[in-house]
Design a protein around this ligand. Sequence first.
Ligand code: C2E
Ligand code: MG
Ligand code: MG
Ligand code: MG
Length: 296
Amino acid sequence: AAKQRGKAAYVRYLPEMAVPVLAHMQLGGELRRALDEGEFELYYQPVMALRTGRVIGVEALVRWRHPVRGMVPPVEFIPAAERTGLIVELGQFVLDEACRQAAAWLAELGPQALQKVAVNVSARQLHDPGFVGDVLAALEEHALPTDRLVLELTESAVLRGTQVSLALRELDGHGIKLALDDFGTGESSLSLLRAFPAAIVKLDKSFVDGIEIDDADPAARDARQAVARAVIQLAGALRLDAVAEGIENEEQAELLRALGYTLGQGFHLARPMPAGALAELLREQVAAAGTAVRTA
Ligand code: C2E
Ligand code: MG
Ligand code: MG
Ligand code: MG
């Protein structure tokens, strides 16, 4: 037991080794402990209307508030949580907390404050036979209307098997919105859209990066613009909402607007932030809308 404790302390006090060491088996136990200790929390990144700058929705992004390492981003623990299966329980926490928070904001600020809350879902969760029931239970417990929830799925998560497509159909039947995340990076984006009841596509950040740059590599830039254009046209034809991800400057926002994008996410618009900061943003927005109505 002393040896065990020694090892754990070693991991904690060498933050520069955190990724390679924690990426090892041990991380599984750390994650279990962290979940039991309540160390996971949600940040929220606004999804904004590109013309008005209005917050249309939020995406919940999980963070691990580690007692020593500080805020740990999901790339450092989601893969391990997926391997060990803990993602099912962690994902359930995320879903429940996001529904609770969205319902609280709507109760405080009114139905116009926020249209949707989006939650990322892993393949492993989709394969869990209890998933649909758990989603419906979370919505019901917090009295969040089903059409306020967006589940973000990646193409690879959706690709596998009929059980998953049945679950997706059931969710869609309940009015829950499904979004294809990181769109364009998978192997079969186009064929997938026919089989999948998606309501939203999220153009991957890799097509937004450098989309505005004239000098360095014009061919690469043109290719990104072509993908962004193809995705917005496809979304229009299939009556899907399109969200451009990872917008980091005004030139990118301008170009995406010109291509027809009306919704975007990115550090240039707003970074992921703690619930308290997001609430502040929503309160300001609601107050400004109230003023506009009164002075109109
Ligand atoms: P994602 O769902 O595609 O989320 C977008 C990621 O891009 C977030 O990283 C966000 O902080 C980041 N981002 C947003 N705008 C910009 C920008 O302008 N520039 C740059 N460089 N990055 C931007 P984050 O929070 O680190 O999450 C990374 C990924 O981890 C997510 O990608 C998602 O796949 C996964 N993830 C996050 N939370 C959860 C969760 O609760 N459950 C599951 N299964 N996966 C999650
Ligand atoms: Mg996402
Ligand atoms: Mg994404
Ligand atoms: Mg991503």
